[in-house]
Design a protein around this ligand. Structure first.
Ligand SMILES: [Zn+2]
Ligand SMILES: [Zn+2]
Length: 161
């Protein structure tokens, strides 16, 4: 499969990922993941440079509504054949390179830190769970975010002085 130094071959791959357990926040891959690039042989190393595209369904952090997202990512990896490896390179054996790990890393790296269906998503009511984007509920709105409890206690102390 692999030729001499200077050799270069196109890499094209489409892969449907059904198991999303490795991908935090991904509900579903809507289309097969596409990878396109080249694999070059330079001396004893192989260099893979590719770009990938994925179409995923995520979930709004606040209201859990589905959010569709297109992910673009780049893969650049250096490989050495088993036996010629050092700590900085990936290795492979035989004449096959398994791209699964690199594709997975690329996708995870491209996932947004924060997923919102819209910038002003109102989220879910913390009491009844109603989606507040669809309307208000009858819950007691004096609910205090537990993160602010300590702050409030601090103010109370001040008042007593
Ligand atoms: Zn939302
Ligand atoms: Zn409510």
């Amino acid at each position: 499969m692999f030729g001499k130094s200077g050799f270069s071959m196109p890499v094209r791959l489409t892969e449907q990922i059904n198991d999303t357990s490795d991908y935090p926040d991904v509900v579903e891959f809507l289309q097969p993941v596409k990878i396109e690039g080249t694999l070059k042989n330079e001396n004893e190393f192989f260099i893979l440079e590719a770009k990938g595209d994925a179409e995923v369904m995520l979930q709004c952090d606040r209201c859990l509504a589905p959010v569709k997202k297109h992910l673009c990512f780049k893969i650049k990896e250096r490989f050495a054949h088993t036996g010629k490896s050092n700590e900085e390179t990936e290795t492979f054996s035989g004449d096959q390179i398994d791209l699964t790990d690199f594709v997975r890393r690329g996708i995870i790296g491209a996932l947004p830190m924060k997923v919102l269906c819209s910038e002003d998503c109102k989220g879910l009511c913390p009491v009844c769970g109603k989606n507040l984007n669809e309307g208000v509920c009858e819950c007691d709105t004096t609910y205090i975010d537990p993160r602010f409890e300590s702050l409030r206690a601090l103010f109370n102390v001040d008042e007593e002085v």
